[in-house]
Design a protein around this ligand. Structure first.
Ligand SMILES: NC(=O)c1ccc[n+]([C@@H]2O[C@H](COP(=O)([O-])OP(=O)(O)OC[C@H]3O[C@@H](n4cnc5c(N)ncnc54)[C@H](O)[C@@H]3O)[C@@H](O)[C@H]2O)c1
Length: 355
C-alpha cells in the first residue's frame, strides 16, 4: 500500500486530488495535513469523512515537530505539497505569510523528508520515495502575444505570490542537486472546477452573476490565462508522482488560452440561458483599476508531459465550464456557507469532534 503525505488538501485542487485518488485506487493511504486557513474547507471533503484511506490532520507545514511525528507514524512513500497561500491579491497586501507558508513550509517538508528517507552513513536514499512540489506557471513571469512556457523558460516571477512559489521551487531543486533527493516539480496553468474558493475569477463571477451583482473585471479584461479543468491537473500529478523521471520539472496545461473577459461573458451567457433570467446581461460588467504588476499572458507548452508520460487534458474548456457551472448551481449550500463564513463553523465542529 502506498502512503502519501498530502498537504493543503482541504483547499481547491488538493480536495479534488483526494476525490480523484480515492476513486482511482483502493489500496492507498492519504494523510492530509492542512492548516485550515480561510482557504481550507472541510466541507470539500465531507463525502470522504468516513473513508479509512483518508486521514485528516489539522496543522501547519511549518511545524517541524508535527511533520517529523507524521513521518515516524506513517512511513510515507510520497510527499505531495499542495499547501500554499495562493491568492495573488492577498500576496500584494501581505507578502510575509506567503514567505512563511510557501517558502519556509516547503523547506520544512523537504528537511523532514530528508531526515526520514536519507541514510547519512550509507549516503543513500530509501527506495521508491519521492517529493512532489505542486507549482505554477506564474513562476515564469509573463509572455508576449507569441510563444509558450517550456520547462527551460527562465524563472521570472512578478508578484509576491509567484516569487514565493519560484523560491520554493528553487529549494526543491537544491535538495535534488545537493543531496540527490528524489523530486519532481509540476507547473500548472490556471485551474477551474468544483470546490474553488469564490475569491478566484470563475466561482466569483458565477456567484455574482447569479445574484445580479456587479462583475469587477481588472483593466480591459484582456489578460490571457491557459485554463485547465482541475481533474486533468489531478491526473497529471498522479502520473508524475508514479512515473515522472526523478529530478524533472513537468509543465501542465491544456492549450486553452482565453482572455478573462471571454470567461466572464461565457458565464453571463450560460447563466442567462440556463436560469432564463433577463436581468443577467453584460451590463453587470464593471471594469475596475487593474491589479498591480498584472501579467498579460500565460501559456503552457505541455509537450514534455505528453511525450514522456502520455498525459493529455481530457476536458475541453467548453465542456469543463459547463460542468463547473452545473456544480456551483447544484451546490448552493456549499457556496452560501463559504460566502457567509459558515464553513468555518463547520470545520470548528469537525475538528473538535476529532481531537
Ligand atoms: N488554483 C490554481 O489555478 C493553481 C494553478 C497552479 C498551481 N497552483 C498551486 O496548487 C496548490 C493548491 O492551490 P489551490 O488553488 O488549491 O489553493 P487553495 O488556496 O484553494 O488551498 C490551499 C490550501 O493550503 C492550506 N494551507 C495554506 N497554508 C498552509 C500551511 N502553512 N500549512 C498547511 N496548510 C496550509 C489551506 O488551508 C488550503 O486548504 C498551490 O500550491 C498553488 O500554488 C494552483
Amino acid at each position: 500500500m502506498k502512503r502519501y503525505l498530502i498537504t493543503g488538501c482541504a483547499g481547491f485542487i488538493g480536495s479534488n486530488f483526494v476525490h480523484y485518488m480515492l476513486k482511482k485506487y483502493d489500496d492507498i493511504l492519504l494523510v492530509n495535513l492542512d492548516k485550515l486557513t480561510y482557504a481550507g474547507n472541510l466541507e470539500n471533503l465531507k463525502s470522504v469523512e468516513n473513508d479509512k484511506r483518508h486521514i485528516f490532520v489539522q496543522g501547519d507545514i511549518c511545524d517541524e515537530k508535527l511533520v517529523r511525528e507524521l513521518f515516524l507514524k506513517y512511513d510515507f512513500d510520497y510527499v505531495i505539497n499542495f499547501a500554499a497561500e495562493s491568492h495573488v491579491d492577498r500576496s500584494i497586501k501581505n507578502p510575509e505569510i506567503f514567505v512563511e507558508s510557501n517558502v519556509l513550509g516547503t523547506v520544512n517538508l523537504l528537511q523532514r523528508a530528508k531526515d526520514a528517507w536519507y541514510d547519512d552513513k550509507a549516503k543513500t536514499w530509501k527506495e521508491g520515495k519521492k517529493y512532489l512540489q505542486v507549482s505554477t506557471d506564474e513562476v515564469y513571469g509573463a509572455l508576449g502575444p507569441e510563444g509558450y512556457f517550456t520547462e527551460t523558460t527562465p524563472l521570472s516571477p512578478h508578484s509576491p505570490y509567484s516569487s514565493s512559489k519560484a523560491s520554493a521551487d528553487l529549494f526543491v531543486k537544491a535538495f535534488h542537486d545537493t543531496y540527490g533527493m528524489p523530486i519532481n516539480i509540476t507547473r500548472c496553468s490556471n485551474n477551474y472546477g468544483p470546490y474553488q474558493f469564490p475569491e478566484k475569477l470563475i466561482p466569483l463571477m458565477i456567484n455574482n452573476v447569479k445574484h445580479h451583482k456587479q462583475l469587477p473585471v481588472y483593466g480591459d479584461g484582456m489578460q490571457i490565462r491557459d485554463w485547465l479543468y482541475v481533474e486533468d491537473h489531478c491526473k497529471a500529478i498522479d502520473m508524475v508522482c508514479s512515473n515522472g523521471k526523478i529530478g524533472e520539472v513537468y509543465n501542465v496545461g491544456g492549450h486553452n488560452e482565453r482572455p478573462n473577459i471571454f470567461i466572464v461573458k461565457t458565464i453571463i451567457s450560460q447563466l442567462h440561458d440556463r436560469l432564463n433570467d433577463e436581468e443577467i446581461s453584460e451590463a453587470l460588467i464593471k471594469h475596475v483599476e487593474d491589479r498591480l504588476g498584472h501579467d498579460r499572458r500565460y501559456g503552457i507548452d505541455p509537450e514534455k508531459i505528453k511525450n514522456d508520460l502520455g498525459w493529455y487534458p481530457e476536458t475541453p474548456f467548453e465542456k469543463g465550464i459547463v460542468l463547473t457551472i452545473d456544480w456551483y448551481l447544484e451546490n448552493e449550500e456549499w457556496m452560501n456557507n463559504v460566502t457567509s463564513g459558515n464553513y468555518q463553523k463547520y470545520y470548528d465542529e469537525m475538528y473538535k469532534a476529532k481531537v
